[in-house]
Design a protein around this ligand. Structure first.
Ligand code: FES
Ligand code: FE2
Length: 350
């Protein structure tokens, strides 16, 4: 038994974060997102390209996303300053010739943004050296048409959201159901793990006997592999002979005590489109149960109790904090990140 590491609420900078999915950003429209406490306007210009700007007007801070976007320039709703999608100011209606500033003097901050496999990613961190940005996370190649996106606000810190989702021992209590999993139905589990880029992998294994929801959708006992990577991305890849499923779950910090959880699913299942409504219902219910569970934990932890991490069920949570600490230290020291995870077999009951 090990005392719980003091969780550090500092946001991890230097990563791509899921900000939205393709469908959220219509042509010639903008949306607002708060990412790691920063206001970001994300838009799609009339050619279809996405762009991201700081959402506070350089003049007096008004939210630019509340203004007008015509597909080419964003107009601030307060005094009508206009900005092109690369952040350059193009008009300041109040200024007479020769007065300071002129549009050429003003730029709105931009954010690197990329759209891939139906997901809109925004990079938060030092982006001055655009060529050295890491690649956007991807899911294994399975046709990669986004089938379903669920988004849910967790009213807790990024640490609670991530560790709450990766926790392996809560299923029989939080997600129990007469249809797919008996309450308190726990069985022996043994899984082998290996290091993976920025995280670890639960090696490919046959999904467990008490995961009935799984069998229902994939029509048999699937083989599954799960990876976790900083800053909070879980990718699950499951397949039977005829069907493949891939899920990407990403936690994006909004503020210190609000986290947006995106669950994005891809699949190639014969007749799979018809499944969408049912999967939305079941996965939405799971996510809601997790959101409630971490809220209960947050409410308890608000009293600042001493907590602990047990062997082996909580080992992955310990790994998460170790990775996070190593990333922060490496950033501080200006050296490359060194993955501290070593191959290991973990045993628990769930
Ligand atoms: S606050 Fe935006 S133009 Fe003045
Ligand atoms: Fe859960």
């Amino acid at each position: 038994m090990i005392n719980s590491p003091a969780s550090s609420d500092a946001f991890l900078r230097g990563f791509w974060y899921v900000a939205a999915v393709t469908r959220d950003i219509k042509p010639s429209k903008t949306i607002h997102r708060t990412l790691l406490g920063e206001p970001v306007l994300i838009g799609r210009d009339m050619t279809g390209a996405v762009f991201a700007l700081s959402d506070t007007c350089p003049h007096r801070g008004t939210l630019l996303s509340r203004g007008i976007f015509d597909g080419e320039t964003v107009e601030c709703p307060y005094h009508g300053w206009r900005f092109s999608t690369n952040g350059q100011c193009t008009a300041i209606p109040s200024q007479k010739e020769g007065q300071k500033p002129q549009p050429g003097d003003i730029r709105a901050r931009t954010y690197p943004v990329q759209e891939s496999e139906g997901i809109v990613w925004v990079f938060i961190g030092d982006d001055k050296k655009a060529e050295s940005l890491p690649a956007v996370p991807t899911v294994p190649e399975i046709g990669n048409r986004l089938q379903l996106h669920l988004r849910r606000t967790f009213h807790c810190s990024i640490d609670l959201a991530i560790t709450g989702l990766m926790d392996p021992a809560h299923g029989a209590f939080v997600h129990a159901s007469s249809v797919w999993r008996g309450h308190r139905d726990v069985r022996d589990k043994e899984k082998s793990f290996s290091p993976a880029p920025m995280g670890w992998r639960m090696d490919r294994h046959v999904a467990s006997g008490n995961a009935r929801a799984y069998r229902l959708f994939l029509g048999g006992a699937p083989e599954t592999e799960i990876t976790y990577a900083l800053p909070g991305i879980r990718v699950e890849h499951a397949s039977t002979g005829k069907a493949t499923y891939c899920g990407l779950t990403a936690c994006t910090p909004v503020t210190a005590d609000t986290t947006e959880v995106h669950h994005i699913m891809y699949w190639t299942i014969p007749g799979g489109a018809a499944l969408r409504g049912l999967v939305r219902l079941v996965a939405g219910r799971f996510l809601g149960q997790d959101a409630d569970a971490v809220k209960d934990m947050r409410d308890g932890q608000a009293f600042d109790p001493e907590t602990m991490l047990v062997e082996d069920a909580d080992t992955q949570i310990r790994w998460y904090y170790r990775l996070k600490k190593e990333w922060q230290q490496a950033q501080k020291d200006g050296r490359p990140f060194q993955n501290p995870i070593e191959p290991l077999t973990l045993r628990w009951r769930s």
